[in-house]
Structures are given as C-alpha cells and as structure tokens.
Ligand binder design. Structure first.
Ligand code: AMP
Ligand code: ZN
Length: 113
C-alpha cells in the first residue's frame, strides 16, 4: 500500500533498525520503545489488522509467532516477555498494517491500560 508507513519500511523507502528479515516478514526496533526491548514484527504483505486475517494467512501467522519466540531467545529474554497486537480503534492500533509488539527487559503490568 503506497501510503502505509510499514509498507515503506518493507520496501526500504523509510529506514528502520531491522533485526530480522526473510521472504515473509520483517522485524525492527520500535521508534518509540515502551520497554528496554521493543521489536515490531510485521508481515511483508499489507494486512490491515488482526481483524483482516483469513485462513490463507495461517502459515504466515504461525511462522511469525515462532519467529517471535526465536527473536526473544536471541535477545535473551529468558525471564519472560510480552507479545501484543493492538487491533482497531478500541485496541489503540495507530499503524494500520498488522504488527506484533515484542516487549521485554522489564516487569510488565497487568491489566494493560
Ligand atoms: P500500534 O499503536 O499498535 O499501531 O503500534 C505502532 C507502533 O509503531 C508504535 O509503537 C510506534 O512507535 C511504531 N512506529 C511508528 N512509526 C515507526 C517507524 N517509522 N519505525 C519504527 N516504529 C514505528
Ligand atoms: Zn502496509
């Protein structure tokens, strides 16, 4: 999508601090980190939100979940971490390209605000 900031990161029109990339996905550091470690994991194809995923995306989503675990392991988040997806207006999604937040390096609060 031409006006999507995360599509522009995928196409390298906008720089990002990329920590992992393959044919299906990209992982990069959040520009405004909410924890000592804050990585965003996105599919390379433009999917607007979790509410737009379909059965055709199940392999992609599965791969992303496994990769999140691998990234957490590489970053030595041995004491735990949080994986977040904000979806839609009530979920406080600000970038309309599906992404998962991997947050770690500090004790999280629950419930979220
Ligand atoms: P969300 O509120 O769940 O849609 O999360 C969007 C996230 O994208 C926020 O945590 C932003 O800090 C992050 N973000 C926005 N623009 C960029 C960018 N150019 N590079 C890295 N992270 C970004
Ligand atoms: Zn996009």
């Amino acid at each position: 999508m031409s006006d999507c900031i995360f599509c522009k990161i995928v196409s390298k029109e906008i720089p990002a601090d990329i920590v992992y990339e393959d044919d299906d996905m990209l992982a990069f550091k959040d520009i405004e980190p909410k924890a000592p470690i804050h990585i965003l994991i996105i599919p390379k194809i433009h999917i607007q939100s979790m509410d737009q995923v379909s059965i055709e995306d199940q392999n992609l989503l599965g791969k992303m979940m496994i990769k999140i675990r691998e990234i957490a392991s590489i970053l030595k988040l041995d004491n735990g971490y949080r994986v977040v997806n904000n979806c839609g207006e009530d979920g406080f999604q600000t970038v309309k390209h599906l992404h998962f937040h991997l947050l770690g390096g500090r004790k999280m609060q629950w419930p979220p605000g």
